[in-house]
Unconditional design. Structure first.
Length: 487
């Protein structure tokens, strides 16, 4: 049985522990929890890279960054001919994107960073027939088609309007934690919901569709609409653990010196800045975490409204929903914030839900899977061949077939001559090798799920490391994609 329609939903920088269904009983996410209960929840899903563009291009191509070439933010995707959107468009599907994409650079003119946006959707964007875009996040993300939508609701940039004012709560805070004057009803997520319903009502009868929805949150700045209730701070567990100081790049990251160290590249380090994370007092960490997880609760309400829109339009029962993110956020676990050149679970382990009435039975999948698996999975359900992928279709796994994969992989590359790693994750182990360095990481995730004991330097585990090295991805193929700017 194949599905008629497919919706892929991604957030930005969402941790695995941000959903109630993922074991966080203190989170209030009833819409996503119900969606997960109706289908498959993956307990061991991993992104291919801990920053935006490489991971997003992996989702669209089914390839690891070393193969698709978009190795960092700020890169220009080399081609979109092998994107999931392009393949489905070529097969006759109606394809549309709404929200964040970040396949192209934002700091220089590009397909996404335009001098002006038309009121109507873009045409022929990244393989999609049409697209409605926004660039940036929260109060930095009032751009593109979302900006036009806000203007129609009476909110105009450049006029000192109270709806666009923010009150930062922590001096010098890299997370930009803030109360935002924008009413929750005008948040970008509600724009996505409204535009998604308009798309559904415009469909040609009988033509299958692929709808790609890119929610901006909970990426920093953590600006929460002032009228949205905050998650109680005392309900949220504190950050956990520290880092191994033998990992010299993490020591530089925690101390705010990585950009001036030998690990830095041409631009500011991807996914981080010269922030001295060790200086954050505990009360500031707790405030940051409160606003981060509150943003997830707002997103959950938007998902509930989105599903209701599908029900109203008669499309809920014949659609496959895939819900995930591009990567996570350390959020002060191991003493470090945000993301970047780390391979801890906080940034690589991500939520993933697959739900389709009558197509996917309710289940929890504990096998390690990759976001590179999404393209072959979608093509499998669409009845199309998944040529040239690193990922595997998850359909056999969801239908109870034997599964023989040994590891899923991730990569990070600041620049070809700066900090870079290759990582393999199995049911039990995680190995991270830093090319050109004597240090590395090995964790027994079964015995040490919080990654507090790095076994890489222990000779007793040399044979484990040798076995896992065979599962690592090959070194990236050169040349890689052009990178004209940091972001």
């Amino acid at each position: 049985m194949s599905t008629k329609n497919i919706v892929l939903i991604t957030t930005d920088q969402q941790r695995y522990d941000s959903l109630g269904c993922c074991g966080s009983s203190w989170m209030r996410t009833p819409s996503l929890d119900a969606l997960a209960a109706s289908g498959a929840r993956f307990s061991r899903a991993y992104c291919t890279n801990p920053v935006c563009t490489p991971s997003r291009v992996s989702i669209m191509t089914g390839k690891l960054p070393g193969r698709h070439g978009s190795y960092n933010i700020g890169t220009r995707v080399r081609t979109t001919e092998d994107f999931l959107s392009a393949r489905l468009t070529a097969a006759g599907w109606r394809t549309h994107h709404i929200g964040k994409a970040h396949f192209y650079p934002w700091d220089v003119p590009s397909e996404e960073n335009r001098a002006s946006y038309p009121e109507e959707p873009l045409r022929d964007f990244a393989g999609f027939e049409t697209a409605e875009l926004t660039v940036g996040h929260t109060d930095w993300g009032v751009t593109g088609h979302y900006e036009h939508w806000l203007r129609r609701h009476g909110v105009v940039k450049g006029r000192h309007m109270p709806e666009l004012q923010v009150r930062r709560l922590i001096p010098g805070d890299a997370y930009g934690t803030a109360d935002w004057g924008l009413p929750a009803r005008l948040h970008s997520g509600w724009w996505i919901v409204e535009r998604a319903e308009a798309f559904l009502r415009s469909l040609e009868p009988g033509r299958p569709f692929f709808l790609n929805l890119g929610f901006q949150d909970p990426h920093h700045p953590l600006a929460v609409p002032s009228d949205f209730p905050k998650l109680p701070m005392d309900a949220i567990p504190p950050a956990r653990g520290g880092y191994d100081p033998r990992l010299l790049h993490l020591d530089a990251l925690a101390n705010g010196t990585i950009e001036t160290s030998r690990f830095g590249g041409r631009f500011g380090i991807a996914g981080n800045q010269n922030t001295r994370w060790l200086d954050y007092p505990e009360e500031h960490k707790r405030l940051v975490r409160q606003y981060y997880y509150t943003m997830i609760e707002l997103y959950d309400r938007q998902i509930g409204a989105l599903l209701e829109a599908f029900r109203r339009c008669g499309q809920l029962e014949n659609t496959l929903f895939l819900v995930t993110t591009d990567h996570g956020d350390l959020l002060f676990d191991h003493g470090i914030g945000e993301k970047g050149p780390a391979s801890y679970e906080g940034v690589l382990h991500v939520p993933l839900i697959a739900a389709a009435p009558g197509l996917i039975a309710p289940q929890t999948v504990d096998e390690p899977v990759s976001l590179a698996d999404l393209l072959p999975t979608v093509l499998d359900y669409a009845g199309l061949p998944p040529a040239g992928c690193d990922g595997l279709s998850l359909r056999p796994l969801l239908e109870g077939a034997a599964w023989s994969r040994e590891a899923v992989c991730a990569e990070f590359m600041e620049e070809p001559d700066a900090v870079r790693y290759r990582c393999a994750v199995t049911k039990r182990w995680k190995l991270t090798v830093y090319d050109g360095e004597a240090f590395g990481e090995l964790y027994d995730l079964a015995a040490d799920p919080e990654e507090e004991r790095n076994l890489f330097f222990d000779p007793a585990y040399a044979s484990v490391i040798r076995e896992l090295q065979a599962q690592l991805p090959p070194k990236p193929r050169l040349p890689l994609a052009e990178r004209p700017c940091r972001c």
